[in-house]
Design a protein around this ligand. Structure first.
Ligand SMILES: NC(=O)C1=CN([C@@H]2O[C@H](COP(=O)(O)OP(=O)(O)OC[C@H]3O[C@@H](n4cnc5c(N)ncnc54)[C@H](O)[C@@H]3O)[C@@H](O)[C@H]2O)C=CC1
Ligand SMILES: O=C([O-])CC(=O)C(=O)O
Length: 311
């Protein structure tokens, strides 16, 4: 496994490529953007960092899909980000077309890639890539849960004054304000988080996590990129190392959690073949209600997607 393509050389795409290059795991990273010179420039900049930070991964930029031929993994970050006042769902009509076209072009040059979608609205854009690719569900999935749990872990680390490294957490649902962080599956070095923080403070952190993307959009005028880029690179790393790591990712459900044909955030095991297993947690009634509410929201956005004219 040694060729990764990142589509979109914007804030997130450039970060994915740069973080992944620092892992020194893959032979080659191709960064593709409709703005070819931007892709070439960012790839060249990262390649010029290689001798300083000691990695061998070769980075190139392009606007030509022929250069992506035989990619093992493709990360799709192409599309518009939201601005303050917008929801991720407002991006659907523009990004659905972009993600569909990008996926079709990728599939013309790579037979059996693994596709990781980052573009928003994430759950539905992952469905769009799945549909356009014709690949099986284990090879097309989305990045959101690693980012959302990372935010949750950061807020907990601040509140408890501990290292975020020691906080383990799980989160379910769509990548939007209905996401479901799971305090019952959150520990600090094995200690249930509920033994270390008051219910009131934990509720406030859960709420801040759900709105975590919007907090950054408000601060910066566009959406986040450091943590999102690192999260997607972590998924690529787990696949290439064939680690069978368990992460919350956006995966197509096929009966798990009582749902079918829906892309939603759930814990999955990630290895060389992509999703090796979707893990079903034993949720209590309250958690299941929250997950159903989140799934209903994703279904509503799916209906908008189905009504779009994408030729
Ligand atoms: N899943 C998640 O957790 C996250 C998702 N996002 C989403 O990722 C996407 C990218 O965000 P940013 O990198 O901040 O945006 P950006 O505007 O910095 O970069 C997007 C890039 O996509 C390129 N692009 C547009 N159409 C294209 C096409 N047809 N082919 C190839 N490239 C194309 C643009 O030229 C631009 O360089 C947005 O949709 C954003 O909402 C961002 C952060 C987290
Ligand atoms: O908030 C956004 O629009 C981008 C995103 O998905 C995130 O940072 O979680």
């Amino acid at each position: 496994m040694s060729k990764v393509t990142v589509v979109g050389a914007g804030n997130v795409g450039a970060t994915v490529a740069n973080v992944l290059a620092h892992q020194d795991l893959v032979r080659e990273i191709v960064v593709l953007d409709i703005k070819g010179d931007m892709a070439r420039g960012k790839a060249l900049d990262s390649w010029q960092q290689a001798s300083i930070d000691s990695y061998s991964t070769r980075l190139t930029g392009t606007e030509n899909y022929a250069d992506t031929a035989d990619s093992d993994i493709v990360v799709i970050t192409a599309g518009i980000p939201r601005k303050p006042g917008m929801s991720r769902d407002d991006l659907i009509s523009t990004n659905a077309k972009i993600v569909t076209m990008v996926t079709r072009s990728i599939m013309e040059h790579s037979k059996n890639p693994i596709i990781i979608v980052v573009s928003n609205p994430l759950d539905v854009m992952t469905h769009a890539a799945y549909k356009a690719s014709g690949l099986p569900r284990n090879r097309v999935f989305g990045m959101a849960g690693i980012l959302d749990t990372a935010r949750y872990r950061a807020f907990l680390a601040t509140a408890l004054d501990v290292s975020p490294k020691d906080i383990q957490a799980m989160l379910l649902g769509g990548h939007g304000d209905t996401m479901v962080p799971l305090p019952r599956y959150t520990t600090v070095s094995g200690i249930p988080v509920t033994e270390m923080i008051s219910d009131e403070d934990l509720d406030a952190i859960v709420d801040r996590t759900k709105k975590g993307g919007g907090e950054l959009v408000k601060l910066m005028g566009t959406s986040a990129w450091y943590a999102p880029g690192a999260a997607a690179a972590q998924m690529v790393g787990a696949i290439i190392r064939d680690e069978n790591r368990i992460f919350p990712c956006c995966a197509q459900l096929d009966g798990e959690y009582g749902m079918k044909d829906l892309f939603l955030g759930v814990p999955v095991k990630l290895g060389r073949e992509g999703i090796v297993q979707v893990i079903e947690l034993k949720l209590n009634d309250q958690e299941m209600d929250l997950l159903n509410t989140s799934a209903d929201h994703v279904r509503e956005v799916m209906e908008v997607f189905e009504g779009l004219d994408i030729s």
